[in-house]
Design a protein. Structure first.
Lengths: 190, 115
C-alpha cells in the first residue's frame, strides 16, 4: 500500500463509510489525516534544528493525530448522548480531554479559546458564546500570567478538581465559585 | 448547523486568518470528528477550534517524547520506532498502542530521507 500517491488507496484499514473493500474506497486518504506539511511544521517547532525526521515518522504522526481526535470525540459524544444533547460543544471536548488524561492541555486551550472569542467578537459583535468561557471568566479563573509548557509528566488532579465545577455544573456559578475559593491554579507547576 | 462567519478566513489556518501558520484546518478536523462514530450528529463551531490547538499540543508532546528516545540511541533522525517507544512508555498514549504496532505493513521501509 502506497500512501505517497495520495488520492485513492488499497484499503488495509477499516473505515466506517466505505461499503465494499474491493480496493476502491470512497474516502480519500488525505481527508482522514491532517495535512502533512502542517504536522511537520509543528514537529519542527519543538525539535532542535539539526534534527531529522524520517518519512515514516511523519506519516505515523499524521495517523496518531487523527486517532487522537477520534478518541476524544467518541468520549465527548458519549457524554452528549448521556445528557441527551445533540451538539458536541467545546466544553464537551475539554471535559473528555481531562477525563482521558490530557488535563495539562486544558489551561492553554481555555486561553486559546478566549483569545479566539475576543478576536471574533470584534468582527461579529454579540456572538452567543458557550457557557464554559463566560463562567470561567466571571470566576476570575483565567489568570493573565503566562502559561506553562503543555507537556508535564503526571496528572494535575488539583487543577481539574478546582475546575470541575466550571465544566460540569450546569446550575450556575454559585457552587463553582465556592470550589474555586483560595484556589491557586499554578500550585502544581512550581 | 450554520454559524455565519465562523469559518471565514479560518479554513486556511489561524484565528480569523491573522495568527501565524500554527493552526490546523478546521474543516478537516470536523470531518475526522464526524467519522469517529456513526452517531456523531452536530458539532459546535468552537469544538474544532479547541482541537486545532489541542492537536498542536499533542504533536508537540509526542514529538518531544519520541525525540528523547532518539537521543538515547545517539541518533539524530527521529524514526517511527521512536514514536512507538514513546507511545508505549506514556500512559495517556495507551489508545495509540494498537495503531503503532499494527501499521508495520505500510510497504517497503523508506530509505532515511533528510528534510
Amino acid at each position: 500500500m502506497d500512501r505517497k500517491g495520495g488520492g485513492f488507496h488499497a484499503c488495509q484499514r477499516h473505515h466506517k463509510s466505505s461499503s465494499g473493500h474491493d480496493g476502491d474506497c470512497t474516502v480519500r486518504e488525505q481527508d482522514r489525516f491532517m495535512p502533512i506539511a502542517n504536522v511537520i511544521r509543528i514537529m519542527r517547532k519543538v525539535l532542535p534544528t539539526h534534527a531529522k525526521i524520517s518519512d515514516d515518522s511523519k506519516e505515523t504522526m499524521q495517523e496518531c493525530v487523527s486517532e487522537y481526535i477520534s478518541f476524544i470525540t467518541s468520549e465527548a459524544n458519549e457524554r452528549c448522548q448521556r445528557e441527551q444533547r445533540k451538539t458536541i460543544t467545546a466544553e464537551d471536548v475539554l471535559w473528555a480531554m481531562s477525563k482521558l488524561g490530557f488535563d495539562d492541555y486544558i489551561e492553554p486551550l481555555i486561553a486559546y479559546l478566549r483569545r479566539y472569542r475576543e478576536l471574533e467578537g470584534v468582527h461579529h459583535g454579540s456572538m452567543r458564546g458557550e457557557p464554559l468561557l463566560k463562567r470561567a471568566i466571571s470566576m476570575g479563573a483565567l489568570a493573565p500570567a503566562a502559561y506553562p509548557p503543555a507537556f508535564h509528566m503526571g496528572h494535575h488532579q488539583g487543577l481539574f478538581g478546582g475546575m470541575a465545577g466550571c465544566f460540569m455544573d450546569g446550575s450556575g456559578a454559585t457552587s463553582s465559585h465556592v470550589a474555586m475559593a483560595g484556589y491557586d491554579p499554578y500550585s502544581g507547576y512550581k | 448547523m450554520r454559524q455565519a462567519g465562523t469559518y471565514s478566513g479560518l479554513l486556511s489556518g489561524g484565528i480569523s486568518g491573522r495568527t501565524g501558520p500554527h493552526s490546523l484546518p478546521l474543516a478537516r478536523i470536523k470531518k475526522i470528528m464526524k467519522k469517529s462514530g456513526e452517531d456523531v450528529k452536530m458539532i459546535s463551531g468552537e469544538a474544532p477550534i479547541v482541537f486545532s490547538k489541542a492537536c498542536e499540543l499533542f504533536i508537540e508532546e509526542l514529538t518531544l517524547r519520541s525525540w528523547m528516545v532518539t537521543l538515547q540511541s545517539k541518533r539524530r533522525t527521529l524514526h517511527k520506532d521512536d514514536i512507538t517507544a514513546a507511545v508505549i512508555a506514556t500512559d495517556i498514549f495507551d489508545f495509540l498502542v494498537q495503531m503503532v504496532s499494527d501499521s508495520g505493513s505500510r510497504g517497503p521501509a523508506p530509505a532515511e530521507m533528510e528534510t
